[in-house]
Design a protein around this ligand. Structure first.
Ligand SMILES: [Zn+2]
Length: 289
């Protein structure tokens, strides 16, 4: 029996999330006896449920609505999405802000899947961990020929840390430690390592620059660079750095999915004109009660 594999890059998962978001939009203003605060909480609960539904195949990230400079971020050490809380409390949210909010949730959840796929690929033996000492050396003395030869030596010297030579328990600990993800995530990915082949075999999305395995490997390399240069967060910034970020494989991937969600959600909710995108949810004549 071929095991069904799920991923946020598949149409089925994306369109079911879009359905959930369309429902949140429809019921945005509906309330029992509750206050504005309870409407905010109820909307946030619905987003959390939507995240749970699209991540049943991996470890569900927790979702925190908090004050934030940007739209959202993913923290892999805590396995947590942080979503800007200033939108869920707005009865009069603009149509385009609602769509941006939804696509941000998808974007950040995709970052969680990227880490999960890396862990799975490592556990399955399809990916190799870059040697931590090599990365540190690169950080200390950047870019001279002599350093490169150190790097090559260390990278080929990592056999005794190769996941294929370890027990499942050792593998999970090693992966959790080196990727700085929770042990429970690494353990789950290790148990599901056989389905990594199905993931790779499920086809290559149009926005991947290279074969699926190479793409996941690029995410792994990006993660390692990130580990040594910044804290455990990938932050979604509003505008400026976007162009730079788009050049990074993990951001190109997350951003491509985000755009698919936006297009699908505008189609699903309808009333999509440039003018209407600036209208507010409280425009009952346009969007309904
Ligand atoms: Zn991102």
């Amino acid at each position: 029996m071929v095991q069904a594999v799920e991923s946020l890059q598949f149409d089925s998962v994306l369109s079911s999330f879009v359905d959930d978001c369309a429902h949140i939009w429809t019921t945005w203003l509906q309330d029992g006896p509750g206050s504005a605060a309870s409407r905010k909480l109820r909307r946030e609960r619905r987003f959390k449920t939507a995240v749970g539904r699209m991540t049943v195949f991996m470890v569900r990230p927790s979702v925190e609505f908090a004050t934030s400079g940007g739209w959202g971020a993913f923290n892999w050490t805590r396995w947590r999405l942080r979503i800007n809380q200033c939108y869920t409390g707005q009865d009069a949210i603009r149509y385009k802000d609602f769509v941006e909010l939804c696509s941000t949730v998808y974007h950040e959840t995709r970052h969680a899947e990227q880490f999960y796929r890396i862990a799975q690929g490592l556990a399955a033996g399809n990916l190799r961990l870059p040697d931590a000492r090599a990365v540190q050396i690169k950080q200390q003395w950047p870019a001279r020929g002599a350093i490169q030869s150190y790097v090559v030596m260390f990278e080929t010297d990592a056999i005794d840390e190769d996941p294929r030579y370890l027990t499942a328990t050792q593998r999970a600990h090693l992966i959790a430690d080196r990727m700085r993800i929770p042990l429970s995530v690494a353990q789950h990915a290790d148990r599901q390592r056989d389905s990594f082949a199905s993931y790779l075999g499920a086809g290559r999305p149009s926005w991947f620059h290279r074969a699926a395995l190479d793409e996941v490997n690029d995410w792994l390399r990006a993660t390692y660079k990130k580990r040594f240069s910044e804290s455990g967060n990938w932050i979604q910034r509003p505008h400026g750095p976007y162009r730079v970020q788009r050049n990074r494989p993990e951001e190109n991937d997350a951003r491509s999915l985000e755009e698919l969600v936006q297009a699908a959600l505008y189609r699903r909710i309808g009333h999509d004109t440039p003018r209407n995108r600036h209208q507010r949810r409280t425009d009952i004549d346009l969007f309904g009660a």
